[in-house]
Write a protein that binds this ligand. Structure first.
Ligand SMILES: O=c1ccn([C@@H]2O[C@H](COP(=O)(O)O)[C@@H](O)[C@H]2O)c(=O)[nH]1
Ligand code: PPV
Ligand code: MG
Length: 206
């Protein structure tokens, strides 16, 4: 199911990222902050379990998170969303999936994967700022499923209708979270209007 998180602060920060004159430092900062703002919605239905604790003045029956949360950035661009989310989710673990997109075929090519052992029982949150054709997201979802992951969420900033449709077709049970659903893809597979190549803008590689 698709969720588009239309919060004024998220929209404002995304607008700064879209501007072509925004430099690497501001681009990174806004991406990190949006990651933090989106995490509230992404984690809204995380399961909790009852615990009994002692406050300074009394015994208290309360709740704690029940499951591990594992964040899975798709390299490179997904790295830009890690610290904003890690700052807010206690005990989060971070897996890594390396994928690059062939510029001609737009096919995703895996080059790295590393996971904590708790993948089967954890809530797994895959992050990549851009959901374009959906090839990278579908490949990443396949990879975490091979590790036994069952509770999987996909979090991107900007999505194209083509990418949303591709993920919904291949993995219909996955919740997809976006900050904006854009118009379309261009002939090179870039999102229109989008924000350009997220990895290059984060790391200054162009
Ligand atoms: O406008 C865009 C489109 C794509 N990217 C990068 O490509 C992948 C996602 O592309 P898929 O076609 O969905 O596989 C994503 O990891 C981005 O790094 C982009 O930066 N900007
Ligand atoms: O998907 P790509 O090829 O744009 O990868 P990166 O995020 O490393 O730029
Ligand atoms: Mg890139």
């Amino acid at each position: 199911m698709l969720h588009v998180l239309k919060h004024p602060l998220i929209t404002h920060k995304l607008t700064q990222m879209r501007k072509k004159e925004t430099g690497t430092k501001d681009f990174r900062q806004n991406l990190d902050e949006i990651g933090g703002l989106m995490v509230y919605e992404i984690t809204r239905n995380l399961p909790v379990q009852p615990v009994t604790i002692e406050t300074p003045v009394a015994t208290c029956e309360t709740f704690e998170l029940k499951k591990e949360v594992i964040l899975v950035p798709i390299l490179r661009a997904g790295l830009g969303m890690v610290s904003g989310i890690c700052n807010l989710v206690p005990t989060v673990k971070v897996a890594h999936i390396g994928l690059y997109r062939d510029e001609e075929t737009l096919e995703p090519h895996p080059y790295f994967e590393k996971y904590p052992k708790q993948m089967p029982e954890a809530t797994v949150i895959i992050v990549d700022p851009m959901l374009a054709t959906g090839g990278s997201a579908n490949a990443a979802i396949d990879m975490v499923k091979r590790q036994g992951a069952k509770d999987i969420r996909l979090v991107c900033l900007v999505g194209a209708p083509e990418g949303v449709a591709a993920v919904e077709k291949q993995h219909p049970e996955i919740d997809i979270y976006l900050a904006a659903l854009d118009e379309k893809l261009n002939e090179k597979g870039y999102i229109i209007p989008g924000l350009g190549d997220a990895g290059d803008r984060i790391f200054g590689t162009k």
